[in-house]
Structure formats: structure tokens, C-alpha cells
Write a protein that binds this ligand. Structure first.
Ligand SMILES: NC(=O)c1ccc[n+]([C@@H]2O[C@H](COP(=O)([O-])OP(=O)(O)OC[C@H]3O[C@@H](n4cnc5c(N)ncnc54)[C@H](OP(=O)(O)O)[C@@H]3O)[C@@H](O)[C@H]2O)c1
Length: 337
């Protein structure tokens, strides 16, 4: 079991990327049910910047306790360096990846050289992909999977009273992915293609070749045309952009179709009834079991992980500045070991 200290990046005050600081702290020890992971790469996700800012969009009554300084990061890939009590299925030396503790804890503390990880949140890293790609896959691929393929749990959604249910997609169905070049979007495009659907990708024009290479049948550059003006008879919209513009995408759906907002959005129940369409949302939840299934698709090349950019752990500030500029094509990753 490694002892001593390790490098980590911590937030000491809520605010911009300048608040990320490289610190030296004790190496954590795995509790029962956990393994200690020597981190090789960390995948970055929007909750990292929301948390760095102190979650300003969350109403105070819903805000979890946030004690400073805190270590950001949910998505990790690395090597098991110690195994706690009551852990089955993992041994020292195993290569693993996972999304840690989300959403039960606001952070999985992954921006570090070591992290104590719940074994139930981990899967074995496929041999065919490197740690950067495995770390980049976790939250974004799990989100696309739980929206489109299998929810996989019965925890109530914070967004709606009813349980989210993926709709059948396959040959003969059309899926439109808005925000298709981003972390969630580029996995959604590939999963819908894997199922045999016709896929329309919506993104800014620089991403067209990238998305066609991932399998998009049609591409809409939203800077040139409004999707609701050019797309029709869509069975399912996965909208990773959300927000106040999302309801206009209802108009691309055929009657009986569904819109799944990945980011918060509100819809007029009367408009939904008039159009004969539905909406449904969920919150991604850690699952080593589902990551094992995704790992098989990553390992055999069915799913590819696009890397927007990589930074060293010590340069986490620059990675967050990159995120702030937007227009991501795939994932931002911190390399650690
Ligand atoms: N429900 C959940 O559990 C859950 C889980 C994960 C993420 N999320 C949320 O889902 C959202 C997306 O996450 P992500 O990790 O995929 O983000 P991301 O990697 O930053 O991707 C966002 C993508 O949206 C594109 N985009 C921006 N404005 C657009 C517009 N008007 N029309 C079409 N595309 C646009 C961007 O590139 P271009 O503008 O260049 O095309 C970028 O590729 C975030 O808000 C995140 O908080 C929710």
C-alpha cells in the first residue's frame, strides 16, 4: 500500500480556473469496498466547472455541503495499487476505469495521483485503448448509454417523477443528436449507429468531417441552418445543449416521437400534447457494470473516444480555460502518471 504524500489539484475558493492549485496531500487509503487507484488519466466533464464555481445554478436548498478545499474529478483511468476489505473482482495491478461517486457525492476526487475508488463504480479497462481514452469515456459514455440504451437503476430522477425509459432505436428509426461533437454527443451518435438508426448530427461546421467519420448520415451546421427548419419525421432527439432553445427541436419530431434533454430544459405540456410527443430526462449514475459493457464496445473499436485536448495534472487550470472556450470535439483529459 503506497504511503506518504501525492500531488493533487484542489479548489480553495469557488471561482474561475485560477482557483485550481497544485497541492501535496497524504495518499488516501481505501475503505472497505474501495480500491486505491494509481491515476494515469482524468476525464473532465461539465460538473467539474460547475463545482469549481460553487454550483451557482443550483438552488441553495438543493446544494450539497461543499467543504473547501476540495478535489474535483469524477472520471479516472489507472492501475489498482491496493485493495480494501470486501472487494471482489479487482486485484493489485489491474487496469481500471470509471466514473466515481456520481451523483451521490459532488466529486470523486480524481484530480490526483491516487484516488480511493468504490469498486462498484469501476470496470476493467479494455486492453485496446489507452488510459486517456478510457478516462475520457466514463461519464459521457455512461450518460449516452443510460439515456439511449439502458437506464440500469431505480433511483428517482431529480428532473421528473416518472422513471426515464430509453425508446427502441434501430433500423427504420431516425435519431437527431444536438451538440453531437461534444463528450455525450459523440458517444450518442455512435451508439445510435451501432443500433442501426439513421443519425442526424447537429454541431458547428468545423465538426462535420469528424461526425461523418463517426457514422453520422446527415449533418446540420447550426450556424448556417436551424435544425427545426431542415429536419423532419425524427423519432428521437437527444439534446445535449438544452436550455431555453430546446423546445424548438420538438418540431422535428414525428407524432409519437420523444425528446431527451441531457441538460435542463422546460417544455409546455400543451405544446407536447398538441404535437403528440414526449420528453424525458435522467441524471447519469455511476455503474461499473454498465462500464464493463461499454468497455467491450470500446475494446473492439465499435465505440471511439475522441480526445479534444490533453493537459498535465499540474496544468488543470489550462484545461479548464480550454473548456471555457467551448466548441469541444470529444473530451479534455488530464494525464497524470
Ligand atoms: N443529465 C446528465 O446526467 C448529464 C450528464 C452529462 C452531461 N450533462 C450535461 O450535458 C451537457 C453536455 O455535456 P458534454 O459533456 O457533452 O459537453 P461538451 O463536451 O462541452 O459538449 C458540448 C457540445 O455542444 C456543442 N454546442 C454548443 N452550442 C451548441 C448549439 N447551439 N447547437 C448545437 N451544438 C452546440 C459544442 O460544440 P459546437 O458548438 O462547436 O458544435 C460542444 O461540442 C452539459 O450541459 C452537461 O452538464 C448532463
Amino acid at each position: 500500500m503506497p504511503n506518504g504524500t501525492m500531488k493533487t489539484v484542489r479548489v480553495h475558493a469557488f471561482g474561475g480556473p485560477d482557483e485550481l492549485r497544485l497541492d501535496e496531500v497524504p495518499v488516501p487509503q481505501p475503505a472497505p469496498g474501495e480500491v486505491l487507484v494509481r491515476v494515469h488519466a482524468v476525464g473532465l466533464n461539465p460538473p467539474d466547472w460547475y463545482l469549481r464555481e460553487g454550483m451557482p445554478g443550483v438552488p441553495p436548498e438543493l446544494l450539497p455541503p461543499l467543504d473547501l478545499p476540495l478535489v474535483l474529478g469524477t472520471d479516472v483511468s489507472g492501475v489498482v495499487s491496493a485493495v480494501g476489505a470486501d472487494v471482489e473482482g479487482f486485484a493489485t495491478g489491474d487496469e481500471v476505469f470509471g466514473m466515481l461517486r456520481f451523483p451521490t457525492s459532488p466529486t470523486g476526487s480524481a484530480y490526483a495521483e491516487y484516488v480511493a475508488a468504490p469498486a462498484s463504480d469501476l470496470a476493467h479497462k479494455p486492453a485496446g485503448i489507452d488510459h486517456a481514452r478510457a478516462a475520457g469515456a466514463s461519464m459521457a459514455a455512461l450518460t449516452a448509454w443510460q439515456y439511449l440504451i439502458e437506464l440500469g437503476h431505480d433511483h428517482p430522477s431529480p428532473f421528473q417523477a416518472h422513471r426515464h425509459e430509453p425508446v427502441p432505436i434501430g433500423p427504420g428509426t431516425t435519431v437527431l443528436v444536438n451538440g453531437a461533437a461534444g463528450g455525450v454527443g459523440h458517444f450518442a451518435v455512435q451508439l445510435a449507429k451501432w443500433k442501426g438508426a439513421r443519425v442526424i448530427a447537429v454541431a458547428s461546421g468545423t465538426h462535420e468531417a469528424f461526425l461523418r467519420d463517426l457514422g453520422a448520415d446527415e449533418f446540420i451546421d447550426y450556424t448556417q441552418a436551424r435544425p427545426e427548419d431542415v429536419a423532419r419525421d425524427v423519432d428521437l432527439v437527444l439534446d445535449t445543449v438544452g436550455g431555453p432553445d430546446s423546445p424548438r427541436l420538438l418540431r422535428v419530431l414525428k407524432r409519437g416521437g420523444a425528446l431527451f434533454p441531457v441538460y435542463l430544459a422546460e417544455y409546455d405540456p400543451e405544446e407536447l400534447a398538441a404535437l403528440g410527443v414526449t420528453t424525458s430526462a435522467t441524471q447519469v449514475r455511476a455503474s461499473g457494470r454498465q462500464l464493463e459493457a461499454l468497455g467491450r464496445l470500446l475494446g473492439d473499436g465499435t465505440l471511439r473516444v475522441a480526445i479534444d485536448s490533453t493537459y498535465r495534472l499540474a496544468d488543470a487550470r489550462a484545461a479548464h480555460e480550454r473548456a471555457g472556450r467551448g466548441h469541444l470535439q470529444g473530451k479534455i483529459v488530464l494525464t497524470v502518471a
